[in-house]
Design a protein around this ligand. Structure first.
Ligand code: 4NP
Length: 169
């Protein structure tokens, strides 16, 4: 069976998307689903290329027993985009930046992370690089990521070519 390829994206790939990657991987491990998924994260910009996660993100990930060993900021590539089944972004800026890079026929891969949470459609995950509120990032991701996994488990095969849409409250 082909693995479902999930790519989390933010601006620098040192705060939000590495946390999302580590949280999603931990959830897959806990659910015994790791073999079915390929999970990674990437940046829309090059400025932090090769950097370790931000110290604030590391502290929060340590507090939640998340494994980010070896993670370094990785600017998104055409191959990442081609391989991804789901590109899950943190905010509107990520979406508009990615639309500049991704052919329009693949825009259905693009999602805003909080869109899947009832009542949170269109909500951005505020960048803790500016706010220093890394635990808030964790808590928002903790609401959304289990719903994404459920969505992927329920829909991936049947809706592979379609785009996700969610009820808003
Ligand atoms: P991230 O946060 O997109 O959540 O990784 C940021 C990281 C770096 C910068 C901005 C946001 N920066 O301007 O370098």
């Amino acid at each position: 069976m082909k693995k479902t390829n999930v790519l989390f994206v933010c601006l620098g790939n040192i705060c939000r998307s590495p946390m999302a990657e580590a949280m999603f991987k931990k959830m897959l491990t806990n659910e015994g689903l790791s073999d079915n998924y390929s999970v990674s994260s990437a940046a829309t910009e090059n400025d932090e290329a090769g950097s370790r996660p931000h110290p604030g993100a590391q502290k929060t990930m340590d507090a939640h027993h998340l494994d980010y060993r070896g993670k370094r900021s990785h600017p998104i590539t055409a191959t990442d985009i081609q391989n991804a089944d789901y590109i899950i972004t943190m905010d509107d800026y990520n979406i508009s930046d990615l639309k500049e890079m991704i052919p329009q026929d693949q825009w259905d891969k693009l999602h805003l992370c909080m869109d899947i949470v009832p009542g949170k459609k269109g909500v951005n995950i505020v960048d803790p690089w500016y706010t220093h509120r890394f635990e808030d990032t964790y808590q928002m991701l903790d609401q959304a990521l289990p719903l994404w996994l459920k969505y992927m488990q329920d829909h991936h095969n049947s809706k592979r070519e379609g785009s996700a849409s969610f009820d808003s409250e």
